[in-house]
Design a protein around this ligand. Structure first.
Ligand code: PHE
Length: 396
């Protein structure tokens, strides 16, 4: 049964919507785990871990990179003997980058597959849509990379291993002020994205506090392809920089159209730019722009160097992006929490994830604070051809 679900995203989505209509299981145990005498998330010699992500659609690299990192963490643990002698089994469901499908996927992972814990999502809007289901079923959920503050406010079973946007907004506001000496900044935000709206607001608050002026605040909606009207408005205000806290597909197109309109000001962004596709879509137009991120591949930290080496060996020479690193870290935080439990139950795992302290991650040291967030430094990188060059690190 479980085997058949793997990879059948369309079928999975269809039946997930059906499952979504059925009564929620009281224990969170699903079809596989509800057999007499079995525990939630454990079937025979296997521990079931769920993952939901955008494996297809305009944010496909987010889901794919995260999954690659997570798989690596799981494979390493299984090779080393697994958790309490049991092998970890990852069940991955595609949500095509859609919030409704994210909710359906988590419903399915919990009620149908009977997973013990869930990893995902990347995009804040999708985690916000899906995490309430994990919370109400009391199944721990760790987002590797959703940075909107509201994500972990959903409840005590919801965690993340990344920094949050009030910090990320501050990082880029400081960078614009101190490093770029920008006096006037224009904003172009995706009003459909909780991440983009929040990050724009946090950036603006800090940038004004530092004495800067916001000369325009324009918007778009993910999926749009023509940004010329908004860019023409921005151009008239002669900004020193343009802050575009969106995802790579739209950002690449925005960069191209900005340059076509003769705008030469650097574009600034956040972690949502982090994709090898950014350069494919943005081309030369994105060159010289800056964004904040979770790690740099130029780090000489042995933990990072070792991770990059292993990842490249495992994935045909591909250099891991920030999401691959966060997927790996999220997986390892979960695995180590499982190791520390006296008995593998969702509640015990939740309690141990909450106690995570000074965990040495690829993306920095991870300590869960009392709001289930991780306080970590951010890096600012500059787009340089098909790579990102490290510029600076900014600590919380
Ligand atoms: N932080 C983004 C969000 O919350 C997601 C993201 C993280 C995208 C890291 C790319 C890299 O929506």
């Amino acid at each position: 049964m479980r085997m058949k679900l793997l990879g059948l995203s369309l079928a999975a989505v269809l039946s997930a919507s059906l499952v979504g209509c059925t009564k929620k299981s009281d224990t969170g145990a699903g079809a596989d785990a509800s057999a007499k005498g079995s525990q939630v998330g454990i079937v025979g010699n296997e521990i079931l871990v769920g993952e939901y992500g955008s494996f297809t659609g305009s944010e496909a690299t987010f889901g794919q990179s995260t999954s690659n990192g997570l798989k690596m963490a799981i494979e390493e643990k299984n090779k080393a003997g697994g958790v309490k002698g049991k092998q970890l089994k990852l069940i991955s469901l595609d949500n095509q980058g859609k919030a409704e499908e994210a909710a359906a996927a988590v419903t399915r992972l919990i009620n149908q597959n009977g997973v013990i814990a869930v990893i995902g999502e990347v995009a804040s809007s999708r985690t916000l849509a899906a995490a309430p289901i994990a919370q109400s079923n009391k199944i721990p959920l760790i987002s590797p990379s959703s940075t909107n503050p509201r994500v972990t406010e959903i409840g005590d079973y919801i965690f993340r291993v990344c920094f949050i946007d009030p910090f990320q907004g501050t990082v880029m506001a400081k960078f614009a002020t101190d490093n770029l000496k920008a006096k006037k900044v224009a904003i172009l935000r995706d009003v459909k994205s909780d991440y983009s709206v929040g990050l724009a607001d946090y950036f603006i608050a800090k940038y004004k506090e530092l004495g800067g002026e916001i000369v325009a605040d324009e918007s778009y909606q993910a999926g749009e392809m023509d940004f010329k009207a908004q860019l023409t408005q921005l151009r008239a205000k002669k900004p020193d920089a343009i802050f575009v806290p969106g995802y790579y597909t739209e950002v690449g197109l925005i960069a191209r159209q900005a340059r076509q309109l003769g705008i030469t000001a650097p574009l600034l962004g956040g972690d949502g730019w982090d994709s090898s596709k950014l350069y494919e879509i943005g081309g030369q137009a994105i060159n010289g722009s800056y964004f904040s991120n979770h790690y740099t591949t130029e780090s000489t930290d042995p933990v990072v160097v070792d991770f990059i080496k292993k990842y490249k060996e495992r994935y045909n020479g591909v250099v891991p992006d920030g999401l691959a690193a966060l997927g790996y870290d999220a997986g390892r935080v979960l695995i180590e929490a499982m190791d520390r439990t006296s008995e593998l139950t969702p509640k015990n795992i939740r309690d141990e994830v909450a106690k995570t302290k000074d965990f040495v991650g690829v993306t920095g040291r991870i300590t869960m604070d009392d709001k289930r967030n991780a306080n970590k430094p951010a890096v600012v990188v500059k787009v340089d051809g098909t790579t990102n060059r490290f510029v600076t690190t900014i600590a919380p």
